[in-house]
Design a protein around this ligand. Structure first.
Ligand code: SF4
Ligand code: SF4
Length: 75
């Protein structure tokens, strides 16, 4: 297998990223929505009117840009 094919193969095996496990891990800035190159993150409004991102559909290319841009994940 060529290096390029191997890279694509490994990427496809990766899990889709998880933006947050609980609402405390998300401030609702929606930077992840803005940066997703596939427009694969939608916005959901909770019962109190706060907006939260939701990775949806099957267009995710697992680039992890949404995780890299998140201000609550940047160390
Ligand atoms: S990993 Fe990339 S394509 Fe998938 S939801 Fe995040 S930014 Fe979008
Ligand atoms: S970038 Fe992080 S904090 Fe901002 S909406 Fe996305 S998951 Fe929430």
């Amino acid at each position: 297998m060529t290096k390029k094919r191997e890279k694509i193969h490994n990427k496809l095996k990766q899990e889709q990223p998880i933006l947050f496990h609980s609402k405390e891990e998300c401030c609702g800035c929606l930077a992840c929505v803005a940066i997703c190159p596939m427009q694969n993150i939608t916005v959901s409004v909770d019962e109190e009117g706060f907006e939260y991102p939701v990775i949806s559909g099957e267009k995710c290319v697992k680039c992890n840009s949404c995780i890299s841009v998140c201000p609550l994940k940047i160390k």
